[in-house]
Write a protein that binds this ligand. Structure first.
Ligand code: UDP
Length: 413
């Protein structure tokens, strides 16, 4: 059976103190003409990773605005997720190693999912390459179909892009997370920044005692500096590089490192990477490798808030939601200049960018010796997130897109 994800209930009014009444009113005004319309969202994982994180917050808000928003997760066996992981890597600038057999697994799994998941909403948003062939299910109800691509498509392996492209061309429009990610396409392309929810358990204010309990519960010393990377155990997040940077800093500062990650259910490589990370850590008691449950938002929040510095040393990145989460907590961030990170980290204004292990180590040492600069970067980062990367802004963009593409009346007043 395919999972129909039921997100937690939120009310828009709760955002008013943070964002002001005008912004919330604007959402209600925009939603009014499409009230009662159904929005179908499809992706490939219910928990873990940035896409699931965003959908779990977007859906309740759309519902409160009067849309029938539904989120369906496609299902596949280990073979499918092996193939889609290889797909992901090949689209992200790697080489496709799945052969024709891999492509057939992809097609077949999509065929099976299309038989089970019926999409009859007025607006259908398909997230990422895994379910892109769902466009074949498009009926003649005049619905708007949109392909929301969260990954960087600027340097795909042509073999895999040529395979995927014909499906992409059939959508009404595509949505990318950064101008740098997009490709030449015959359909309109929109830019939607991903977003975080300031009221979610992942980002809300926490009681300092709770933070301390979480930290000490993981045997981390709250009195000494903490450097943290929260990420799935994925080579593209470069956890081994993070340990190498930490080692360079450790010669000068009594630093602890936290590498916290859970596996997204669509990532079969996580255990291999975890093993590489353990080997690199070599039983250093100040390196804390935490395997969190797939959904542990309060723990992630507490670890981020307890950290002295947040690092995101990705080699490639989609948007990098963890960066926005850290900035929202006013943390100084050292991050690689890849994917959507430079949109969030304006070097020396909202954080520090790095291009190598040595560069990351240098910036961490700089922040540890200049805490007042770290504080300023964190505060500026918070403002940057407030203006650009909050969930309410994301809802506004979807509403505008839906209004633009409305083909039928669906309860217009
Ligand atoms: N995350 C989490 N637990 C983990 C690892 C990651 O909740 O153990 C969350 C993280 O807080 C963020 C999302 O998963 O909200 C990761 O999104 P990002 O865009 O940084 O990376 P992705 O995993 O999508 O490549």
């Amino acid at each position: 059976m395919n999972v129909l994800v039921e997100p937690q209930v939120l009310t828009l009014d709760q955002y008013t103190p943070l964002l002001g009444a005008a912004e919330i009113d604007e959402l209600r005004t925009l939603a009014h003409p499409i009230e009662g319309c159904t929005v179908d969202m499809v992706n490939s994982t219910a928990v873990g990773g940035g896409v699931a994180e965003i959908l779990s917050r977007l859906l309740p808000l759309m519902r409160e605005l009067g849309l029938e928003a539904r989120w369906q997760v496609m299902e596949g066996g280990a073979d499918f997720f092996d193939v889609t992981k290889a797909f992901h890597n090949a689209l992200h600038g790697g080489v496709w190693r799945g052969g024709d057999a891999g492509l057939e697994v992809f097609r077949e799994c999509n065929r099976r999912n299309r038989e089970k998941i019926h999409l009859d909403g007025q607006f259908v948003v398909i997230h990422d390459p895994q379910p892109a062939p769902f466009i074949e299910s498009r009926g003649d109800n005049g619905a708007g179909w949109f392909w929301r691509c969260h990954i960087d498509l600027s340097h795909p392996d042509p073999a895999i892009w040529n395979f995927l492209e014909p499906w992409v061309h059939r959508y009404d429009a595509s949505i990318f997370s950064s101008p740098a990610f997009a490709r030449q396409l015959p359909i309109p392309q929109y830019l939607f920044y991903p977003s975080i929810d300031p009221l979610a358990d992942k980002n809300k204010e926490l009681d300092p005692e709770f933070i301390e309990r979480v930290v000490t519960g993981f045997n981390i010393d709250p009195e000494r500096p903490i450097l943290t990377q929260i990420s799935r155990f994925d080579r593209l997040k470069d956890p081994v590089g993070v340990i190498r940077a930490y080692r360079q800093v450790k010669r000068y500062f009594d630093l602890q490192l936290v590498l916290a990650g859970g596996g997204a259910s669509d990532d079969p490589e996580a255990n291999l990477v975890l093993e590489e990370v353990r080997q690199e850590a070599n039983n250093d008691p100040d390196i804390h490798i935490l395997q969190l449950p797939a959904a542990a938002p309060l723990e992630v929040n507490a670890l981020q808030r307890a950290s002295t510095i947040i690092i995101q040393k990705s080699l490639r990145e989609g948007f990098g939601l963890t960066v926005a989460e850290a900035l929202w907590k006013k943390k100084p961030v050292v991050a690689s200049a890849v994917g959507g990170i430079p949109v969030q980290i304006i070097h020396k204004h909202t954080g520090l960018l790095a291009h190598s292990v040595e560069g990351a180590a240098y910036q961490i040492r700089f922040l540890l010796s200049h805490p007042e600069i770290g504080k300023r970067l964190g505060e500026q980062g918070y403002e940057h997130v407030r203006e650009n990367f909050l969930i309410t802004g994301n809802v506004r963009r979807y509403l505008t897109l839906f209004l633009h593409h409305t083909h039928q009346t669906c309860g217009h007043k």
